[in-house]
Ligand binder design. Structure first.
Ligand SMILES: Nc1nc2c(c(=O)[nH]1)N[C@H]1C(S)=C(S)[C@@H](COP(=O)(O)OP(=O)(O)OC[C@H]3O[C@@H](n4cnc5c(=O)[nH]c(N)nc54)[C@H](O)[C@@H]3O)O[C@H]1N2
Ligand SMILES: Nc1nc2c(c(=O)[nH]1)N[C@H]1C(S)=C(S)[C@@H](COP(=O)(O)OP(=O)(O)OC[C@H]3O[C@@H](n4cnc5c(=O)[nH]c(N)nc54)[C@H](O)[C@@H]3O)O[C@H]1N2
Ligand SMILES: [Mo]
Length: 762
């Protein structure tokens, strides 16, 4: 059994707990670099508080009784990143051609600071030149009017508010398409499709209170300490009251091993830290289906034993009878699956899976948590199905203190889906849109991220608008995409900071700078509030107070409405100017479109802890095909979709502790002990020896796919790291050129970024 306190001594590692002085130092290093205004601390003190502003980092919930400082190291970095005093001005663009900037690193691009002026690409000088807002809107409108709406893409990156997102989706449909890919197409689309298929709900069933009532938590592929650090506080509380935590992750992530609360002076001054996981199992990448199969097998063995000894069931027979469909067929599959196969595919010993299974059986209330380690695989949806199967066995769904809880990414990514950013017309109440705006929304399904990329590559997509994000850097198949991108007629990027996607331009290209969420947004009716939905389906108002980075910035609402007004035929029901003047009017529209979720929206938006959007699955109403929880059977035991072969590794693409997606804050992956560089190839020492590699050697990775495309990323330094056999790790987005576009979850098309077949070229 793997002991959470043991580390592979030979590998680079960080000994300290997550949180602790390291996290304070992490913040301090950013304060030093990016400390912008004396009032930054005041902004941080308002972060994630009722009436305050909602963090632009992760989507973790904002509790009703916040900590004195309800922010984490990474939330502080995200805020300070936005509040930087550096400015990326027209002067800067005059000095650097776009071709030159394309040679810069992601880090250096964003270090230029906040964008200050609307800019248009001038192909003659190969530079961005300033443009007036109205001229930009008219120019964009002229291009859009000349194009077939179905050949255009409106992307959203998961940050823009509910109000802006609602208008953005409305703009797309009025203009004539459903091509609304969202960053969630690259992360939790597996949840939106896979979890919905089996529970009827596209989101998790847990609320905050459940974390104080559960007896065990099972983590699959979610890195709490780094990607949703505020979640460590309720986790620490849970552990202290006896909740048992089991983690499945190929990497021993510090946050799930031990936590020292940086907000507790006592813990900071003593050496006290809270161990988090009682059992930490280093599953092979893509081995979770097998691991959960093992857990289920042990639950069935315990059921048989308990029934024989006590004549009482361990399984929740009432739940299974009333609420599930397909249970018996699944039991037959579990029984037919041998332990040899389970051990081989999961990389975990039977006795360890049995020990984890015992923790599951001995707990009354169990929560299953997952993140990208589950969703970004060829069979990610099937893995979610397996987790639901496991939870269903003992009725751990739709009950207090139990349930399934995917941890979302961007701060409003879940909310964007809720208010209509979706390529699927059936998810949007078209009857309501017809009644409110007098038009017929397009009936046909639109393009999500993978289809959008296919369309850009084959030339059928002519225009791309990006509401935030760094699409070209975040997607798979980057090399081909960058070439094809330049064949588009129009590209528009709405952004706060310069990134690579702004440098790969269509024939006509605009770069439109917007306000950040921490900044004051004053419109005709006065200062505005925007709203978000967090990972636990709570809706919160957010008020920015900081002075905007430049007088020329516009809010995302104003930019979206500006483009829409210039493009669309005027209609008395389309009140773009009034809506921008008072966002409360847009909240009324959201309420009118989704009355069950947003009742009394304006009145409730400052409810401490947010107001709950509701979730039928939590009430045990299953909106699935059978009207019950669908108990599914996986096609096989590995989730990676390819076979093992000599010299072939499963590549995990990783986030460091010093980045937010494609935004690189720095080069310190503190909790993994990797400092000063991101160009590394992580691999364990046995594999190094087998492959004849030495520490510090510089190698290249090549994609091991037989599709005729050569994909290679070089300059990676071999770094010994505690990983399971047969896999390697490297940082996202640097290795994104290695991911084939066709390598995605079968059901939802979420790119399979966590198990890419590669070989090493020395
Ligand atoms: N600071 C910070 N916060 C963030 C982000 C950020 O970049 N930085 N990004 C935001 C976004 S958009 C998202 S979607 C979330 C992402 O947050 P997470 O869901 O935590 O995503 P990752 O860090 O990509 O991967 C999670 C874990 O999966 C593990 N893993 C890899 N393969 C497997 C596997 O096959 N099985 C299992 N069980 N585990 C595996 C990895 O070791 C890693 O620890 O975080 C959000 N929050
Ligand atoms: N290999 C690999 N690839 C991945 C992943 C992975 O794990 N591995 N993860 C995937 C995931 S989960 C996601 S979510 C995607 C992320 O994909 P995106 O969401 O497209 O990318 P981000 O890096 O979050 O976008 C950063 C940019 O957003 C802009 N920005 C920041 N704040 C604001 C704002 O308030 N408004 C506006 N308009 N713009 C703003 C800035 O210009 C910044 O440069 O990447 C995916 N790609
Ligand atoms: Mo994400």
């Amino acid at each position: 059994m793997s002991d959470p306190t043991q580390q592979d001594e030979d590998s680079v590692h960080y000994d300290g707990p997550a949180g602790g002085w390291g996290s304070v130092r992490g913040m301090a290093s950013i304060y030093g670099k990016e400390w912008a205004t004396p009032a930054a601390l005041e902004t941080l003190a308002r972060q994630n508080k009722p009436g305050g502003f909602m963090c632009v980092s992760c989507a973790w919930t904002k509790p009703a009784n916040p900590n004195p400082f309800e922010f984490c190291e990474n939330g502080a970095k995200a805020t300070l990143w936005e509040l930087t005093s550096r400015r990326c001005t027209p002067d800067f663009f005059a000095k650097h051609t776009v071709s030159e900037l394309r040679g810069w690193k992601d880090y250096d691009l964003e270090q230029t600071g906040r964008l200050t002026h609307p800019m248009k690409y001038d192909s003659e000088s190969d530079t961005y030149v300033p443009v007036e807002w109205d001229e930009a809107f008219q120019g964009i409108a002229a291009e859009l009017k000349a194009l077939d709406p179905k050949s255009t893409i409106f992307y959203a990156s998961g940050r823009a508010s509910l109000e802006t997102s609602y208008l953005y989706a409305l703009f797309a449909r009025l203009y004539g398409h459903n091509n609304l890919p969202d960053s969630s197409n690259m992360c939790h689309e597996t949840t939106s499709v896979g979890l919905k298929k089996v529970t009827g709900s596209p989101v998790g069933t847990c609320v905050f209170d459940d974390f104080s009532k559960c007896d065990a938590i099972f983590f699959f592929g979610q890195n709490t300490g780094q990607n949703s650090p505020r979640f460590l506080h309720p986790l620490q509380e849970a552990v202290k009251r006896g909740c048992r935590i089991v983690t499945f992750n190929p990497i021993r992530e510090r946050g799930l091993i031990a936590f020292k609360n940086p907000q507790s002076p006592r813990e900071m001054l003593t050496s006290k830290e809270t161990p988090i996981s009682e059992l930490y199992l280093q599953v092979r990448p893509s081995g979770d289906i097998a691991a959960i199969m093992g857990l289920c097998k042990h639950v069935l063995a315990r059921e048989a034993q308990q029934l024989a000894e006590t004549n009482r069931h361990l399984l929740d027979m009432d739940f299974i009878a009333q609420h599930t469909h397909g249970f018996d067929a699944f039991v037959a599959q579990v029984e037919a699956t041998g332990w040899d196969e389970i051990e081989r595919e999961s990389g975990i010993a039977r006795k360890d899976l049995e020990a984890a299974g015992d923790i599951y059986c001995d707990a009354h209330n169990v929560i299953g948590i997952y993140g990208m380690g589950v969703t970004q695989h060829v069979h990610g949806s099937q893995t979610i199905g397996m987790l639901v199967n496991l939870l269903a066995m003992r009725g751990n769904l739709g009950r207090e203190g139990a349930g399934i809880s995917p941890v979302r990414g961007h701060s409003n990514v879940q909310g964007q889906r809720t208010v209509g950013i979706s390529e699927k017309p059936e998810l949007v109440p078209y009857d309501k849109l017809r009644a409110l705006f007098d038009f017929d929304p397009p009936p046909d399904k639109g393009m999500a991220t993978v289809e959008a990329c296919e369309g850009i590559i084959d030339g059928s997509v002519k225009a791309f608008i990006g509401l935030g994000g760094n699409f070209v850097r975040a997607i798979p198949e980057q090399t081909k995409m960058e070439e094809a991108w330049q064949g588009m007629r129009l590209t528009v990027q709405i952004a706060t900071k310069l990134n690579r996607s702004h440098l790969i331009n269509g024939k006509v290209a605009y770069l439109l700078p917007c306000l950040g969420r921490s900044e004051e947004d004053v419109q005709a009716s006065g200062p505005q509030t925007v709203t978000m939905e967090d990972s636990l389906s709570m809706i919160h108002g957010s008020v920015g107070k900081r002075q905007p980075a430049s007088a020329h910035l516009r809010s995302e609402m104003a930019i979206v409405a500006g483009m829409a007004k210039a493009t669309l035929t005027p209609h008395p029901k389309l009140k773009w100017d009034e809506w921008v003047g008072d966002y409360a009017l847009v909240r009324d529209l959201i309420e009118a479109t989704y009355p069950d979720k947003f009742e009394r929206f304006n009145a409730r938006m400052f409810t401490p802890g947010g107001f709950y959007k509701g979730n039928a699955a939590r009430e045990r109403i299953w909106k699935t095909e059978s009207g019950k929880v669908e108990i599914t059977r996986p096609d096989g035991l590995n989730a990676c979709g390819f076979a093992d072969a000599p010299g072939r590794y499963r590549l995990i693409t990783l986030r460091s502790n010093d980045q937010f997606n494609t935004t690189i804050y720095g080069f310190s992956d503190r909790m993994r002990g990797i400092e000063g560089t991101r160009d590394v190839l992580l691999i364990n020492r046995d594999e190094m020896a087998k492959a004849g590699l030495r520490e510090g050697q510089v190698v290249a990775l090549q994609t091991d796919a037989e599709d005729g495309v050569e994909r290679e990323v070089g300059g990676l330094t071999v770094t010994p790291f505690d990983l399971p056999p047969g896999c390697v790790g490297a940082y996202y987005p640097e290795v994104n050129p290695l991911v084939p576009l066709s390598h995605h979850d079968q059901l939802s098309k979420t790119p399979a970024y966590k198990s890419v077949p590669v070989r090493i070229r020395a």
